[in-house]
Design a protein around this ligand. Structure first.
Ligand code: UD1
Ligand code: CA
Length: 455
């Protein structure tokens, strides 16, 4: 059956007190509206229209890649008015589903029965029983239990305010009927708005069946009006991500202390210690151990890798069996082959390091191609930047670089070379030989260490 999804996102979001339009605030690193669009896409609809208003240009720009049609609602005259900005654009047939740009955790599973009921010709509303119905539209039912009306909080009688079943806002209806009802909406109510919810009483008057789906998982229908609600949803969202990972065979030291802002895929028996942040797309192999306080972003990490505490990995590929950190920083375009060791206070940028090479202490390796089995001594750095351009350092297999060496790029070090500690390498180093630059050590006879003058 034809399905049209309409996402309402024209509200001002005043209570966010933000220059950023509300629907662009991130949940799990992704704009609220993008979550809703992704859920809509899962339903494989024939069209998705987003009704935008306040901050419209910014919203469209931020989500320019999204496969949706944008419709502007110039003034926000109510939810019914908003839906009616789209309905006249749709060709007859099929059903319409209304979603909200600021209710990001709704799932396709929960929406499925609404679609079934609408495709059978009914008006279907998603409702929830809640402890605190304050502010929501109330679901009014007849003695036989059928839904006969939705009354907004501001229009409700004292008796209706006692009702604890609320309108979540989500509804689905046959397009032709919805088109007809929207044409008959009035705005004679407490807020002077065209309420979408009034389609219920119009359906009842025409003896069209009104069906309801009552949800008990409140999380999915929670909306964001201010930053405290956003923070609450973020925790709920992260809890779900954590549960998802644990079901996939990952051990989390504390499921309440992991943040996934993007997509994290991990193999089984991987262990993640507390306070780790994953951003973008991160793929961890099996038996990986991630220590506490690590930030990993857009990276692939092979099987049995150990990332020790406080390490940062961004835009890199880490081969199986590598050991990273503690306090290591791996920057974009780095590729480590298997069993590479990158130790504390070592920064690696845009470099390829082959199997089994080690830089264990206090180094900077940038724009480097390093062979296998290389040992980089403590404090060694590549001088890759001349103030204008970056240059390449090439290091062959089995090179031993003494501590505190500077490799002034562009430069090549032949396979099996040994470089003495403290060397400043400015010319290519031959293979399999000892190279060093060192001023001779001398001892000054008769020298006296200065002493403080007596006062
Ligand atoms: C609406 C429902 C209420 C329900 C509640 C659930 C109506 C009349 N009321 O109330 O029954 O309990 O949601 O949260 O529908 N929007 C537009 N254009 C407009 C007005 C609103 O795009 O002209 C969008 C808003 O951006 C928002 C959504 O529609 O995403 C809901 O609008 P809001 O003003 O929050 O409706 P409520 O008064 O909360
Ligand atoms: Ca609302």
């Amino acid at each position: 059956m034809t399905l049209h999804v309409i996402i309402l996102a024209a509200g001002q979001g005043t209570r966010m007190r933000s220059r950023l339009p509300k629907v662009l605030h991130p949940l799990g690193g992704k704009p609220l509206l993008a979550h809703v669009i992704d859920t809509a896409l899962q339903l494989q609809p024939d069209s998705i229209h987003v009704v935008y208003g306040h901050g419209g240009a910014q919203v469209r720009e931020a989500l320019a890649q999204a496969r949706v049609d944008w419709v502007e609602q110039e003034s926000q005259l109510g939810t019914g008015h908003a839906v009616n900005q789209v309905v006249p654009l749709l060709a007859d047939g099929g059903a319409v589903l209304v979603l909200y740009g600021d209710v990001p955790m709704i799932s396709a599973t929960i929406l499925a029965p609404l679609l079934e009921q609408a495709s059978a010709g009914a008006l279907s509303v998603l409702t929830a029983k809640v402890a605190d119905p304050d502010g929501y539209g109330r679901i009014v039912r007849a003695a036989d239990g059928s839904v006969i009306d939705i009354v907004e909080h501001k229009d409700a009688t004292p008796e209706q305010l006692q009702i604890d079943e609320i309108n979540t806002g989500f509804l689905a209806a046959p397009l032709s009927r919805l088109r007809h009802w929207l044409a008959h909406l009035g705005n004679d109510n407490a807020q002077g708005e065209y309420y979408l919810t009034d389609v219920v009483s119009l359906a009842v008057a025409e003896r069209v069946e009104v069906q309801s789906v009552v949800v008990d998982d409140g999380d999915e229908t929670l909306g964001v009006n201010d930053r405290t609600q956003l923070a609450r949803l973020e925790r709920l969202y992260q809890k779900r991500q954590a549960e998802h990972l644990m079901r996939a065979g990952v051990t989390l030291a504390d499921p309440g202390r992991i943040d996934v802002r993007g997509e994290l895929v991990a193999g089984c028996d991987t262990f993640i210690d507390v306070n780790c942040l994953f951003e973008g797309r991160v793929v961890l192999g099996g038996d990986v151990r991630i220590g506490p306080n690590c930030c990993i972003r857009n990276a692939t990490v092979g099987d049995s890798v150990e990332v020790l505490a406080n390490s940062v990995i961004d835009g890199a590929h880490i081969g199986a069996g590598c050991r990273i950190g503690p306090f290591a920083r791996i920057r974009p375009e780095t590729e480590l082959a298997e069993e590479v060791h990158i130790g504390n206070f070592v920064e690696v940028k845009k470099s390829r390091i082959a199997r089994g090479s080690k830089a264990n202490h206090l180094s900077y390796i940038g724009d480097t191609h390093m062979g296998a089995g290389v040992n980089v001594g403590a404090g060694t750095i590549t001088c890759n930047y001349d103030g204008a351009n970056k240059h390449l350092t090439e290091i062959g297999d089995d090179v031993f670089i003494g501590s505190d060496t500077q490799l002034v790029a562009p430069v090549k070090v032949g396979a099996g070379a040994t470089i003495g500690a403290g060397t400043t390498v400015t010319r290519d180093v031959p293979a399999a030989r000892l190279t060093l630059s060192r001023s001779p050590q001398k001892t000054v006879e008769g020298w006296q260490r200065p002493v403080k003058k007596p006062k």
